[in-house]
Design a binder for this molecule. Structure first.
Ligand code: OFO
Length: 169
């Protein structure tokens, strides 16, 4: 049976992951509105990934005899200053999420919930990847600057991303 404090903290994180999904979906809509369909696709796939992160926790709470409690999801930002801004925002957001995951691990350690410490390792690794991916696109966008051809090529590349659910373990 999961400790009540852990249950509550994971429930909050489920909300945060769903918010991430909502935020990235909003970025997808923004890119669609400025005619960068590849970027829009990339964030739509990213939104799916975030939903997967939430559902993995959703299942875990159930497996441990806890109760999932869903709360309201905050309204995401709708507009950004330019085509590069959502990636700066996304990178900063992922760093914030890494902090949240670390806090969850700290709590699990503090209450000696080894099963949850173990479960959360998947997220610890996932956050390394999430930050790395976001920062590398931020870097590419800086290199491209105002070069229209470069942006066109990157948009094309981003359009090829497809969602593949990560393996369960
Ligand atoms: Fe769920 O990793 Fe991004 O937010």
């Amino acid at each position: 049976m999961i400790d009540e404090r852990m249950e509550e903290a994971i429930n909050k994180q489920i909300n945060a992951e769903l918010y991430s999904s909502y935020l990235y979906l909003s970025m997808s809509a923004y890119y669609d509105s400025i005619d960068l369909p590849g970027f829009a696709n990339w964030f739509r796939v990213q939104a799916e990934e975030e939903k997967f992160h939430a559902m993995k926790m959703f299942d875990y709470v159930g497996e441990r005899g806890g109760r999932v409690k869903l709360g309201a999801i905050e309204e995401p930002q709708l507009e950004w200053a330019d085509h590069a801004a959502p990636f700066d925002h996304g990178y900063a957001h992922e760093q914030k999420v890494t902090g949240m995951i670390n806090d969850l691990v700290n709590l699990a350690m503090e209450i000696r919930d080894h099963a949850t410490v173990n479960f959360l390792q998947w997220y610890v690794e996932e956050q390394v990847e999430e930050e790395d991916t976001a920062s590398s696109i931020v870097g590419k966008l800086k290199l491209i600057g105002k070069d229209g051809n470069g942006l066109f090529m990157l948009d094309k590349e981003m359009g090829t991303r497809v969602f593949t659910p990560p393996t369960k373990e």
